[in-house]
Ligand binder design. Structure first.
Ligand code: SF4
Ligand code: SF4
Length: 343
């Protein structure tokens, strides 16, 4: 077989196989198997590029799916490997045209139907308004499950414009083998919401920012860090822990802001694994529920030991994941979005 051009060679060549990323990788932590590590996966990508592995190699297909896409391997990499980009390209190449689960296909199809997402927004979003500040992105997942988060964000940013004329940002598509569609949806959202866009989802912020530019897209804690809201300290003082959003922390380097904001209203307790993925990982919890639970379980143990009132998230997927895990364990701690704690 001959060399192919699936990946940008420069992106693959950056990896010097040092292994510094291995301890940061949750899936390597679960299995201890090299192929389930960032370095092992990059070697699988290299073999696909060189043509020494066929596209339907079972290990390569399994590892492209087992990876959480959390990008915890990026900040620890001394060579600056852009693993998130490599993974998107890998899935785009290997998953396209292949039988994907009906659930995933339905999810990607329905969130790409902008009229559907807009219809959902007509009933459940924060009240429409025309402001002079950023446009609040309502998100598709958040509109369906957590409209109260949009309402809380709207209260924290009184000048924000809110329009129901907006669809999905395409992050789900970009992370699930439909990179071009994910890019197109982000561009469309950029037309629908001119000027600065504000989102309550770390995953959406990272994807949208990568397409429209970081100067146009702000995640809520990032925005509030620069435009602090008037907040009232909780009485009695609540104890809260933060669960970072992977793409917000590992992709955009944003994690201090939420802690600083929360310290104004509550006592902030640091979980040892606050920066590690909770197992939600976009569609991962739906597609690989068993692995997702294994990732979440260790975190639930930490939350129980910390005995906090709330675990605060910055992404609707993490919110849903933690809510269901805490309910399953019957812990007293509740999961809540940052916007709801501050508003
Ligand atoms: S830390 Fe970076 S360079 Fe080292 S093995 Fe991991 S991805 Fe490759
Ligand atoms: S994205 Fe996360 S799960 Fe995937 S290789 Fe990197 S650290 Fe491991």
């Amino acid at each position: 077989m001959s060399e192919r051009s699936i990946f940008e060679p420069e992106l693959l060549d950056r990896c010097i196989s040092c292994g510094f990323c291995l301890p940061a990788c949750p899936t390597y932590g679960l299995t201890g198997v090299e192929a389930s590590s960032p370095r092992g996966r990059i070697n699988l990508m290299r073999a696909l590029q060189e043509g020494t592995l066929p596209d339907d190699d079972p290990t390569a297909l399994e590892e492209s799916s087992f990876c959480l896409g959390c990008r915890a391997c990026e900040p620890v990499c001394p060579a600056g490997v852009r693993y998130g980009e490599l993974l998107e390209t890998w899935r785009d190449h290997s998953w396209k045209g292949r039988r994907r689960s009906p659930m995933l296909r339905l999810l990607l199809w329905s969130t790409a139907q902008t009229w559907r997402v807009r219809l959902m927004g007509l009933r459940r979003h924060a009240r429409r308004r025309l402001g002079t500040g950023p446009s609040l992105m309502l998100g598709c997942f958040e509109r369906a499950l957590f409209p109260s988060v949009s309402r809380a964000a709207a209260a924290l940013v009184p000048g924000a414009s809110i329009s129901s004329h907006q669809g999905c940002c395409g992050a789900l598509h970009a992370h699930n083998g439909e990179r071009e569609r994910g890019r197109r949806l982000a561009v469309q959202l950029g037309y629908d919401l001119p000027g600065t866009i504000l989102t309550t989802s770390g995953g959406c912020a990272a994807h949208l920012g990568s397409v429209l530019g970081g100067d146009r897209v702000f995640e809520l804690s990032e925005w509030l860090g620069e435009h602090p809201p008037a907040v009232t300290p909780s009485r009695p003082r609540l104890r809260v822990a933060v669960q970072d959003s992977c793409h917000l922390r590992n992709g955009m380097g944003i994690w201090r802001e939420a802690r600083t904001l929360l310290a104004e209203v509550a006592e902030v307790v640091e979980l040892p694994s606050a920066s590690a993925c909770c197992g939600a990982a976009g569609t991962y919890a739906l597609l690989r529920p068993r692995d997702s639970r294994r990732i979440l379980d260790a975190k639930l143990d930490e939350i129980r030991a910390a005995d906090v009132d709330y675990v605060v998230t910055l992404n609707p997927g993490c919110l849903r994941q933690l809510q269901s895990g805490l309910r399953r364990r019957r812990l007293r701690t509740r999961a809540i979005h940052l916007a709801e704690v501050l508003s």
